[in-house]
Design a protein around this ligand. Structure first.
Ligand code: TYD
Length: 207
């Protein structure tokens, strides 16, 4: 595919959304063709699934259902939006992707990583990110940053759950050093933005 697929990962409050917004402004200024999206979500079918997943009233949802819904949302998003944008040569930036399933449903909910990997390949037609930025931050610092928000079903999970999630992201970063860039999420917003742009420049000649 002609485009470049970039994902952002991290625990709650790690600053992904802020950084994606800054990167979007930068790419706009540079006149680089890009497409910004997020998971769970994207096209209408995926957004409908997102509502089910994050609804705090769905406390009966079992881990298996949760995984399959994230993957159903991802399958639609990948086929309908992400792959076509990459085929058009765009830089596609996605807030969370498959590594979030390994971190939250795997490490957090204790579902088998093998099962998640097999189902993920199926759901994504084997699409993998070219670059993944991990905004790594202490879980308690992240939680403090989001304390004023109305928390969704996943955000309401325990500190211990989120600590497992963070550890899994760090493990994935070690395992996939070819695509992962770990960034210390406790640094200043502007400083992190500049680091991200620098890394992008090493991968994308036109930047
Ligand atoms: P969102 O409001 O987009 O949170 P954030 O800004 O932290 O990304 O909600 C997404 C939630 O879904 C978040 O708590 C992480 C969780 N999630 C999973 O558990 N598995 C997944 O595969 C994905 C993509 C997200």
């Amino acid at each position: 595919m002609k485009g470049i697929f970039i994902t952002f990962e991290g625990v709650e409050g790690s600053g992904k959304s802020t950084q994606i917004r800054l990167l979007e402004k930068y790419l706009q200024k540079q006149g680089i063709d890009h497409f910004i999206t997020r998971e769970p979500g994207g096209p209408p079918i995926s957004e409908a699934i997102r509502k089910l997943l994050l609804d705090v009233n769905n406390s009966e949802m079992v881990p298996e259902t949760e995984l399959l819904l994230y993957l159903a949302s991802r399958a639609q998003h990948t086929a309908q939006w992400i792959i076509p944008a990459l085929e058009q040569g765009k830089i596609v930036i996605c807030d969370r992707y498959t590594d979030s399933s390994l971190a939250y449903q795997g490490a957090g909910r204790r579902l088998s990583a093998n099962v998640i990997n097999v189902l993920t390949s199926f759901a994504t037609r084997n699409l993998k990110p070219d670059i993944t930025f991990l905004l790594d931050i202490d879980v308690e610092v992240g939680q403090a940053r989001i304390q004023n928000r109305k928390l969704d079903r996943l955000e309401k999970e325990s500190l211990n759950f989120h600590m497992q999630v963070r550890q899994e992201f760090l493990r994935l970063a070690k395992q996939h050093q070819d695509r992962y860039i770990i960034i210390d999420g406790s640094r200043g917003v502007q400083e992190i933005h500049e680091l991200i742009v620098e890394h992008m420049k090493t991968h994308i000649r036109s930047l």
